[in-house]
Design a protein around this ligand. Structure first.
Ligand SMILES: Cc1cc2nc3c(=O)[nH]c(=O)nc-3n(C[C@H](O)[C@H](O)[C@H](O)COP(=O)(O)OP(=O)(O)OC[C@H]3O[C@@H](n4cnc5c(N)ncnc54)[C@H](O)[C@@H]3O)c2cc1C
Ligand code: SF4
Length: 321
């Protein structure tokens, strides 16, 4: 690990300003992703701004009937919250499908949304990777790509190609719920980003995962008023636990068969196509066809296309049961 300096910020605005004014600075929350990346020298921050003293640990009702989840609420607490379990079952289920109990005790809401891809080449400094070193190439294209994206990725130009996926579970549930991300910028102003606009497709800048500005701090995530329906999260993975999704489906299904679905493990961001949801009463095949229109899988991960359809079918059958 490279040497770095360290401070504990006292207010969100102070934290944002500290990161913005110090070249190479980063926030640290639970540290469960950032420290791993620092040990491998994939992330080499020169200064860490610890946000744990910020008063962002509350889960509170909003005026709109939803919940405001502080950025530092741990994954364990969020999944166990009585209101979340009752009204946002898809979120509670997605969280407990991720990582391990110990990790969830440390991992925070904001940190989870900002965890980096698990593409194996991203973690191997000896290999070209446009996400890790812009312009160096993409080892996954033509390499091992079983875990990686089948849609929304950019492959045309070797200097910008990337077929990485967002690896998280929580973000997929947040996407189906249409959560909003609240932030404070280094100048003290605040803004709200719909989760749909939070994570990015790789485009020409695959090293940039989100639309946050430099030094912009997440302060909370808000959930809308409860949507009702049956809320499910199915995660398909190589091992029964402690593994990232090959494919996951977050769904809210109403009694008449209408609903919402978002898919994880197939794109650079949680993948939701609202137009495809109109086909939910017609069944999984119809939804999958529209959801995956334009997919360009590799030889290694073409299995994800039928797997999405089958996982959707399983979720819809469970919702009817
Ligand atoms: C072995 C292992 C298995 C895992 N399995 C899964 C899994 O199956 N599913 C899953 O979803 N996750 C999984 N995870 C990932 C884990 O959930 C994340 O590491 C964790 O959620 C990150 O949260 P953190 O608070 O520790 O973030 P940190 O590591 O502290 O930070 C992560 C990033 O977020 C930034 N950041 C933190 N807080 C803020 C903020 N408030 N505003 C702006 N930026 C901020 C940091 O600068 C850093 O870039 C796994 C992790 C490990 C190590
Ligand atoms: S898929 Fe993205 S993260 Fe993986 S090697 Fe290619 S550029 Fe790097």
């Amino acid at each position: 690990m490279r040497p770095f300096s360290y401070e504990r910020a006292k207010t969100p605005a102070e934290a944002a300003a500290a990161v913005a004014r110090t070249p190479g600075a980063k926030f640290i929350a639970g540290g469960t992703n950032l420290l791993d990346l620092m040990k491998l020298q994939i992330e080499t921050p020169t200064h860490l701004v610890d946000v744990q003293d910020l008063k962002l640990h509350q889960i509170e009702p909003t005026a709109e009937g939803g919940l405001r989840v502080g950025a530092l609420v741990t994954n364990t607490r969020l999944a166990a919250d009585e209101r979340v379990r009752r009204d946002y079952g898809v979120l509670a289920r997605a969280i407990v499908a991720g990582a391990s109990g110990q990790l969830r005790n440390k991992a925070t809401t904001a940190g989870n949304l900002l965890q980096r891809t698990r593409c194996p080449y991203f973690y191997d400094p000896a290999m070209p990777c446009n996400k890790r070193v812009p312009g160096s190439g993409c080892s996954a294209i033509g390499g091992y790509s079983r875990q990686l994206a089948v849609i929304g990725s950019r492959e045309g130009d070797a200097r910008t190609a990337c077929i990485a996926t967002h690896p998280g579970d929580m973000a997929v549930a947040m996407r189906v719920l249409d959560a909003k991300v609240e932030t404070v910028r280094p100048n003290g102003s605040t803004r709200v980003l719909p989760i749909a606009d939070f994570h990015r497709l790789p485009g020409n800048t695959p090293h940039v995962d989100t639309n946050l500005e430099r030094g912009e701090l997440i302060t909370a995530v808000t959930l809308p008023a409860p949507l009702g329906g049956t809320q499910l999260y199915h995660k398909v993975r190589d091992r029964a636990s402690y593994a990232f999704a090959l494919v996951s489906v977050a769904a809210v299904v109403q009694r008449d068969g209408s609903g919402r679905v978002a898919v994880g493990g197939i794109a650079h961001k949680p993948w939701r196509v609202e137009a495809a949801e109109r086909d939910m009463p017609r069944g999984a095949k119809a939804v999958a066809q529209r959801l995956l229109a334009g997919a360009r899988p590799t030889r290694d991960n073409a299995f994800k296309l039928p797997l999405v359809e089958r996982t959707l079918a399983a979720v819809m059958a469970d919702a009817r049961a």
